[in-house]
Design a binder for this molecule. Structure first.
Ligand code: IPD
Length: 262
């Protein structure tokens, strides 16, 4: 596990340094993916290429799933799950909340995760059963927060019909909580939860590369990360909070039937 974590951290730092040095301007040519606002820059691709090269140089044969390049086949029990830039829109606009995220799965279970926020100089790490860390600081999520006092992070998908429902759901949540935060990076939302900077997070439509590494950071900080109705976290739905708040927010969200698109 230590070897996985060290390698993932070295690679996430190298990719982060490269991205920080070459940060784009809005005039850069960008492509779009699932919708006109779902962007991918040349640097998303360059970051993922660098990460893939470094992983395969150190561990040839391991499988890799990356946001931009899809799944690299292999026969290893080990799979690396990579988001070369989570928070691409922030990256493009010069906002600081974007991250390089690398998780290591063994037999389908995440055992190590690194989330590097180059523009903030923060690196979050976690190893299964061994805790979550921001640099040298051990992380523990906030506990004992009632729903009415909770600062809740969330995010919205790129598709119009999904957003229409997400707008209805957040309208039902907002009057019941302290406030809502929309930071623009799922990975950073989950790390912020681990660091006690928000109390809860939910979102429909995030992918394993968004929540792989940061999900382990959150759960190792003491939080629960699941889908609705006891299902595992998945692109269908993700809800994360300390036990207690988790159940309260679950009740509120489940009543909204949020796993649907308009
Ligand atoms: C997105 C971010 C955002 C979330 C979206 C994700 P990307 O990832 O994590 O916070 O709301 O659902 O797709 O596109 O920046 O890699």
């Amino acid at each position: 596990m230590t070897e996985f974590l060290r390698l993932a951290e070295d690679i996430a730092r190298e990719a982060g340094d490269m991205l920080l040095a070459k940060r784009p301007t809005m005039s850069e040519e960008i492509e779009t993916k699932s919708s006109p606002t779902d962007v991918v820059t040349a640097l998303d691709k360059a970051s993922e290429e660098l990460i893939r090269e470094r992983i395969l140089a150190a561990r040839p044969g391991d499988r890799i799933l990356g946001e931009e390049g899809g799944e690299e086949p292999g026969d290893s029990d080990v799979r690396w799950v990579v988001d070369p830039i989570d928070g691409t829109v922030n990256f493009l606009y010069g906002l600081p909340d974007w991250a390089v995220s690398i998780a290591v799965e063994v037999n389908g279970k995440v055992v190590a995760g690194v989330v590097n926020l180059p523009a903030r100089g923060e690196v979050y790490t976690a190893a299964l059963g061994e805790g979550a860390w921001l640099g040298a600081e051990r992380l523990r999520c906030n506990t004992g927060v009632p729903l009415a006092q909770a600062l809740v992070a969330t995010g919205f998908g790129y598709g119009v019909s999904r957003r229409a429902v997400q707008g209805q759901v957040v309208a039902a949540v907002l009057p019941r909580v302290r406030d809502i935060r929309r930071g623009g990076s799922c990975a950073i939302d989950l790390c912020s939860l681990a660091a006690g900077r928000v109390d809860a997070y939910y979102e429909r439509g995030i992918n394993p590369w968004d929540y792989g590494a940061a999900g382990l950071v959150a759960t190792e900080s003491g939080a629960r990360l699941e889908g609705l109705h006891g299902r595992p976290v998945s692109p269908e739905f993700a809800l994360c909070a300390a036990p207690g708040l988790f159940e309260e927010l679950h009740e509120l969200l489940a009543a909204q039937n949020p796993e649907r698109d308009a």
